[in-house]
Ligand binder design. Structure first.
Ligand code: GLU
Length: 445
């Protein structure tokens, strides 16, 4: 057993650049990032791009954009495609030690064998038939042009670990098929390169989805086989849709890219992903450090978390309602601090600010009809002189109330409609000084 002398935690986020990342991967990135921040550790962005046919630079660039938008600054970026020599070296060693073995079955043969096992009520575990091949049989396959794929010979023994999220986990690898590590064409499946990287990059904590729990048992065996230090593991539960069904069908619309392009704030997405499925209430955090302070993998539930887009939208609105001007000023055009403070409480997305800015600045007049024509004319006469402030609205409407027989909704709503063209919106007490006396007179005329 090798001892690790690392004094620093190292985590990794390992997406495959065969597509853009979705909210599920985004959650993996965020949980690892929070763990790194909480423990002063390092975060590696590792492209799992052993599938060179499907991986593209464009997807890798897109993932980088998505990760950065989430506020993550990786300490290191690694590419599996640059490490094939290293994987070949480890594979050669495993081969020499008889820990991986050549298999000659075709996919069809394996499939038929599995069906026979199932028909007999047996678990569909690979029977290691290839291990029993004679030299002649192997020579015959090779002469036929068959190339072997390579399986790792599991120890068929219990693997136990204390999962950072799930607690004690026990998996007997005798219940599993020996995993294929290398395909016929010599390319690597995910399993081995991931272990080699975790060992070589001294990854201390692997935080990933529970769909990898069984892989973990296998990967712990492989880590030991290559003389590595087994990292700590934490497997969080998967995200389900609000309907309780898997997210996979809607995953396109739930890419980080589409969430960003739909106008959501990154901190809303981050807050939601970080708090979803935990014992904490989901609330908006404008500062990552607030999430770091409360972060604890032990708070994650083992039950699947439900991802509800409506809840995320609501969180986004709440976040905007409390966002200080300084944090968004650079993204706003023609919006003063006073204007921001007046309208932020009415926003669902930041882009909504344009509507309220236009309501304030507009030189349009909004239609007034029926009884309201005379009423608005009267109110216009009673408009106070400037300077105006937050008290002006009350002074004005008190005067209008005293001079007319109107009260409540019939008093306020026609004024709101005449001033904004809308029956809802920010407090008129705050809007009125922003519109100013000149434009108010204009709109009431
Ligand atoms: N590329 C793998 C995935 O996205 C990485 C899994 C892991 O974290 O080991 O599922």
């Amino acid at each position: 057993m090798r001892l690790r002398h690392a004094i620093m935690n190292i985590v990794r986020f390992a997406p495959s650049p065969t597509g853009r990342i979705h909210i599920g991967n985004g959650r993996a990135a965020i949980l690892n990032w929070l763990f790194a921040l909480k423990t002063n550790g390092q975060f590696i962005l590792r492209y799992d791009d052993t599938d060179t046919a499907r991986s593209t630079q464009e997807f890798a660039d897109g993932i980088k954009t998505d990760v950065e938008w989430l506020g993550i600054t990786p300490h290191r970026v690694e590419w599996q495609s640059k490490r094939f020599d290293r994987y070949d070296e480890v594979a050669a060693d495993l081969r020499a030690r008889g820990l991986i073995y050549a298999c000659y079955e075709t996919a069809d043969e394996l499939d038929r064998r599995r069906k026979r096992q199932q028909a007999r009520g047996l678990p569909p575990i690979y029977d290691r038939a290839s291990l029993k091949l004679t030299a002649e049989e192997i020579a015959a396959f090779e002469a036929e042009g068959r190339k072997p794929h390579w399986r790792f010979k599991l120890a068929n023994a219990p693997v136990d670990w204390v999962d950072m999220i799930r607690g004690p986990v026990h998996i007997d690898t005798a219940t599993l098929s020996d995993p294929v590590l290398i395909r016929e064409d010599g390319t690597y499946l995910y399993t081995l390169p991931s272990v080699i990287d975790d060992v070589d990059m001294a990854v201390t904590h692997v935080i990933r989805g529970e769909d990898h729990v069984v892989n973990t048992a296998v990967q712990i065996e492989i880590t030991r086989a290559i003389g590595g230090v087994v990292p700590a593991y934490g497997h969080y539960s998967m995200l389900l849709g609000a309907d309780g069904k898997g997210l996979s069908k809607r995953i396109g619309s739930l890419s980080i890219q589409s969430l960003r392009e739909s106008g959501l704030e990154s901190m809303a997405v981050v807050s939601h992903a970080a708090l979803l499925g935990t014992s904490d209430n989901i609330h908006p955090c404008t500062d990552i450090h607030e999430l770091v302070d409360g972060f604890d993998l032990g708070k994650l539930s083992r039950a699947p978390a439900r991802f509800d887009e409506a809840e995320l939208a609501g969180l986004n609105a709440k976040l905007l309602h409390m966002t200080p001007y300084a944090s968004v000023a650079h993204r706003l055009e023609g919006v003063s601090e006073a204007m921001w403070l007046a309208v932020r409480g009415n926003m669902e997305k930041l882009s909504d600010v344009a509507q309220w800015r236009d309501v304030i600045n507009s030189s349009d007049k909004f239609e007034v009809a029926g009884d309201d024509v005379g009423y608005i004319a009267k109110a216009r006469e009673l408009l106070p002189q400037e300077p105006w402030d937050q008290t002006t609205w009350k002074i004005w409407t008190d005067a209008v109330k005293a001079a007319t027989d109107r009260k409540g909704k019939t008093l306020f709503m026609p004024l709101r409609m005449a001033l904004t063209g809308l029956d809802h919106g920010p407090e008129l007490a705050t809007l009125l000084p922003l519109i100013g006396r000149e434009k108010t007179l204009e709109r009431l005329s």
